[in-house]
Design a protein around this ligand. Structure first.
Ligand SMILES: Nc1ncnc2c1ncn2[C@@H]1O[C@H](COP(=O)(O)OP(=O)(O)O)[C@@H](O)[C@H]1O
Ligand SMILES: [Mg+2]
Length: 380
């Protein structure tokens, strides 16, 4: 049998973490990276500009399917690939809703899925009307190009957004902004799932996510004290999203849990996601393996947990120096139950540099040990 070949656009840590299951399954994985020394350098076969259709087309000729480590490849490029007969998974018609938060809100509204109150904002007057109708505060977002809290702002007066509402500011983000009610959530949760082109769908248990300054800091699987009803409801939401917009591969649905127990959708990611890193050690099938299976239309693996609780703590860059290699040896010696992942990225404040996961039948231990290991690496 000839090897199945997966091409990943983007050389970040998500591409890097697809390499291990690709090797295990005996797949060939090729990465199209934006720089020589990317996190996924070990599997990089081409370096170039992912907005250039000619170079991306050359890359596509070397693989059976194209998938992604990020959602920034322009839709025109993906549509051209599809027109040439390249298998792009998730397809451009689905990925469009991960690229543009306004289009996502419009489409999920059509599907009748639960969301915060939202509106498209083009002028200061429209923003003022939204603020007045929603208790004087809102969350304002740039529809495209934001990540890790960049492009998200709490707004109380139109002055808070005056730089975004200039003609130039609006032009940069596609002509309009997305205003959302500031959801009074008790916590944030994420539903991870995967879907094959033939429709097979599997969901992992709902997880609880904690964001610090808009960046994912900690994930607990399953979400503590979630009722069976909530867990089933969340999985159904993900299935409705995946089927409603034709997602293939891994889909993460970020949601808010409200004080009265409702789930409302925050945003979508159509690729392995930070909220699913726990699954590398915490599940029969990791999100990275599942993504490869799904985009190749191979049967999906079990998402059953391998312990009562899995806790994942991110290693976020503290400065330009600490690359989490200093003190590595003593941390590994002191925390043998912890699974330490580093991404081979240069140190930078706030940057996702790695993560730590502890899986255990003892929830308190998993929480304490994962936090202690991450703290020891940060302090080293
Ligand atoms: N409507 C909202 N109400 C309250 N908090 C929000 C809302 N939207 C976003 N946030 C907060 O901001 C964080 C980042 O917003 P998100 O839309 O997920 O942007 P990003 O693309 O940067 O992840 C969320 O994880 C949440 O903590
Ligand atoms: Mg988010």
């Amino acid at each position: 049998m000839t090897k199945l070949r997966v091409g990943v656009i983007g050389g970040g840590q998500l591409a890097r973490m697809m390499v291990v299951p690709a090797i295990e399954l005996g797949l060939e994985i090729k990465v199209f990276a934006e720089a020589e020394n990317s996190s996924a350098a070990i599997a990089t076969t081409m370096v170039g500009d992912y907005t250039n259709i000619d170079t991306i087309s050359e890359f596509a000729k070397t693989v059976d399917v194209i998938t992604f480590d990020h959602e920034h490849v322009p839709l025109e490029v993906l549509r051209e690939l599809e027109a040439k007969g390249v298998s792009v998974q998730p397809p451009s018609r689905a990925l469009a809703f991960a690229q543009n938060k306004l289009d996502m809100r419009k489409r999920l509204s059509e599907l009748g899925l639960p969301m915060p109150v939202w509106a498209e904002i083009r002028t200061e007057q429209e923003l003022q009307e939204f603020l007045t109708a929603n208790g004087g505060a809102c969350i304002l977002k740039t529809p495209i190009g934001g990540y890790d809290g960049k492009g998200v702002r709490v707004v109380r007066t139109i002055q808070d957004a005056s730089d975004w509402l200039t003609a130039e500011g609006l032009a940069r983000v596609g002509g309009s902004l997305l205003a959302e009610e500031k959801v009074d959530f008790v916590r944030e949760v994420a539903q991870l799932s995967a879907r094959r082109p033939n429709g097979e769908f599997r969901a992992w248990p709902l997880v609880q996510t904690t964001q610090k300054d808009g960046v994912c800091a900690e994930v607990i699987c399953p979400a503590p004290n979630a009722s069976n009803e909530t867990i089933a409801h969340a999985a159904q939401i993900a299935k409705d999203v995946a089927e409603g917009i034709g997602v293939t591969g891994v889909l993460a649905v970020e949601m808010f849990e409200t004080r009265d127990g409702r789930l409302v959708i925050n945003e979508l990611a159509m690729r392995p996601h930070n909220s699913g890193h726990f699954s590398i050690e915490g599940s029969v099938t990791s999100q990275f393996e599942q993504h490869l299976r799904a985009v190749l239309n191979l049967p999906l693996g079990s998402t059953e947990p391998l312990g009562a609780v899995a806790v994942m703590v991110n290693l976020l860059g503290v400065d330009d120096q600490n690359d989490f290699v200093r003190g590595f040896e003593s941390v590994l010696a002191d925390h043998p139950q912890a699974k330490v992942h580093t991404y081979g990225k240069g140190a930078r404040k706030g940057r996702k540099m790695g993560h730590v996961t502890v899986v255990s039948n003892d929830a308190e231990f998993a929480l304490a040990e994962s936090r202690a290991t991450a703290a020891a690496l940060l302090d080293a």
